[in-house]
Design a protein. Sequence first.
Length: 532
Amino acid sequence: MKHRIITLVILLAISFLGAIDAELTEVGYVENYLGANHEYLDSNNILNIYRYKHSNVQQFLVKRLHIDGTEEDELLYDFSDISDPGNGFYSHPRLHRRTPEGKSFFIFSNPQHLVLIKHEGNQLQAKNLLFSSLDNYDTSNYTTVFQVFIVSDESILIHGKDNDSEYCLWKWDFEAETSSLYYTIPGSFTDYGSRQPYVTVMGEYIVISMSYYPAQVHEEQPIMVLDSSLNSNIYYEHMSAIGAGYRFDDNTYFAGWGTHLGTSDTGVIYIDDNSFEYETKTSVADFDYSELTISIAFELANSIFGAWRIWYDTSPQRYLSSHRFILYQLQADGSLGNYTGPPQLADVPNNYEYALNLQGRLLLASYDEGIYTFQLADFERGKFANWPEGDTWQPDLEGYYYNTAETRTFSNDDYAVFCMVLEDDSGNWFNRYYFLNLEHRVSVDDLVQSPSSLKAYPNPFTDSVQISSSKLSEADDLSIYNLKGQKVKTLVATGSDYIWDGHDENGKRLGAGIYFLKGGLKERPVKIIKLK
């Protein structure tokens, strides 16, 4: 009974928290004909676009675009600069990584070389390893699908055969430019036709499992766990081909694996120095004539994780048959459960087209006949946001052909980006990146605050904006802040009217985006939009 009372109190507390009001504003867009294999918006609101081929790669190109359309110098790496580059390189897109510090890693290989490209800001570095330089590495067994793993910012593990036909791991410290034989995998992991063992990395642990599980074999299979000192533990489970996916913390991972029933499972693996445990979340065996994949997309507030459940048909083409966006929550005991609190998402097939994490809140988008409809889930309050100015957005795409299935989305703390692939009058395809800013405020606070006396015109503005006030005295200054809450300009009092030319305190012209005007302590801030 006590537990129920506590739960009731918590729910009542949530119910008295005011819902937030949300407003999504299109700040502008930039266009680029380069095409993109990857793109992301960094913490400085610079759009980074990466271009290369997936096979026979000859060049790696980075473009950096500001929201106002200005471009920084291109960053280019030419693989022909490598001695004896062969016939081009193969890209390993599943191995590309971006670190929380803003570094991006890309891996390419051919029969002679392994190349790592590191991008950070306006710097592009490439590191090249010759396979022939690896101690006792059998270069005749090269294949473009060998497993390579980035295990830290400084090193990579390479999985292959040695000259005695044993499977091994080599460690390449690309920062120190050293490499060495790291570990020889026991032969017991190459049964069933001498197939290559399956290796995955979970934090400081390396997990080795069988890569194949014949349907007629029903006994448990060995799983080896190596710690950072290469101490090993062996466990036996009905699991093969264990592959790590999303990392919840140092010891908890969302992963996939094969089973003795000829199916594929996904779930949570808990691992430490003395234990290897797992719980199954889903099984393809539960779905007829389809193939299911689950992908953890991002973390929200309160240890809530957004994930996509995608069903494919079983044709060779593996057409997507349906999808669903769902929520999981990591519990205090380390287990992963379905999120059951408010607000509840629509639990139907194809419930949302897009889902984005904006400042710990979940922005959901549905598309219908050129119009995007949004929902904003606030997990701190357990409510969906109100949209006083409307919850829809319709980009102006008149005169262009586009396929909505090719639209991509991504975000940082400041903007949601919608990338649309368009065709111009000449039949050329290009990418248009729309930048949308989300503003939210607690609506109960709005009820007790008086309307702002500040007015800005024109808003949005290009060159300058005129600001007037019905309450400020001639001695009051105005402050202008960016989206990060940093003061960028003080407008010295000259009367009840002010003009801001879009420059900061040092006279530097600021980029396009959202800014806020603020007067006295009790004065509500006013949002202004700078277009370029």
